[in-house]
Design a protein around this ligand. Structure first.
Ligand SMILES: Nc1ncnc2c1ncn2[C@@H]1O[C@H](COP(=O)(O)OP(=O)(O)OP(=O)(O)O)[C@@H](O)[C@H]1O
Length: 248
């Protein structure tokens, strides 16, 4: 089991749609226990990279080491490995049943019995997310912010090693953003999981990230520890991005 301090290591990965290369990354490693924020203009390839990290899509070239095992194009890990990673999207689809049933669904499909300790743990997650009073409510009748908090609860309830977040707080009000950011930080601290988060909000990246990466036109332009990213950007593209001059 090489590379165990790294959850992902990617070498020379690329992805094309038709003839257009949308992703070309030479070297990227994501560490255990970090919040890694991906920023960059629209179309940079951020969501494509998350789909590859979730094994929803495969690369055309290169190698991905995930939890110490190597995958080449076309190879996907076994179900028990892919279940170590999950994505929360900007608008996650919920089932037309109660909040509780939605949240326990990942445990049910994994065949996990819900013991009384497990029930207490799930209730704590729901409580942290301000959902305790909505347990019996139908998930399709929730507000956008409530629905997004349920989607996050459903993702963390089965303790994944990796949580991928694709603009999880876009279009939410500050109170919902605050609740979601707090649980993201708590999850990383308690579980020592890693989180890769796409955000268009650089203030959010500044609040949450350990490291930040700027993507542009499918490439990694600059990856730095959070403070360094903001205070000492080396690349002109990063400087333009941070000053709002880089549009796409
Ligand atoms: N299924 C697809 N088929 C063809 N092209 C695609 C597909 N998915 C993404 N693309 C293209 O790949 C490029 C990268 O898209 P991606 O969604 O990864 O960017 P992004 O950085 O997440 O953008 P945004 O911030 O707007 O969500 C874009 O040019 C997009 O049009």
């Amino acid at each position: 089991m090489d590379n165990i301090d790294f959850v992902y290591k990617m070498k020379n990965i690329s992805k094309k749609y038709d003839t257009k290369t949308v992703l070309q990354i030479e070297d990227l490693a994501i560490r255990e226990g970090e919040i890694f924020c991906l920023v960059g203009p629209s179309g940079a390839g951020k969501s494509t990279l998350l789909r590859i990290m979730n094994f929803i899509e495969t690369t055309d070239t290169g190698e991905i080491f995930f939890l110490g095992h190597k995958y080449t194009p076309g190879q996907t890990p076994q179900l028990k490995v892919t279940r170590e990673v999950t994505t929360v999207f900007q608008r996650s689809a919920l089932m037309t049943t109660s909040v509780w049933n939605n949240v326990i669904y990942p445990l049910k499909i994994r065949g996990r019995a819900i013991s009384s300790t497990e029930t207490e743990r799930i209730k704590q997650i729901l409580d942290d997310l301000g959902l305790a009073d909505l347990i019996k409510q139908r998930a399709d009748k929730l507000s956008g912010g409530e629905a997004q908090r349920v989607a996050l609860a459903r993702a963390i309830v089965f303790n994944p090693s990796v949580l991928l977040l694709d603009e999880p707080t876009a279009n939410l009000d500050p109170a919902n953003v605050d609740i979601i950011e707090k649980i993201i930080s708590k999850y990383v601290q308690e579980r020592k999981a890693c989180i890769v988060m796409v955000t268009h909000n650089i203030f959010q990246a500044r609040r949450l990230a350990d490291r930040i990466a700027l993507m542009h036109k499918g490439k990694m332009i600059e990856i730095k520890e959070k403070d360094d990213f903001f205070e000492n950007p080396e690349e002109k593209i990063t400087q333009d991005f941070l000053s709002g001059r880089l549009v796409f």
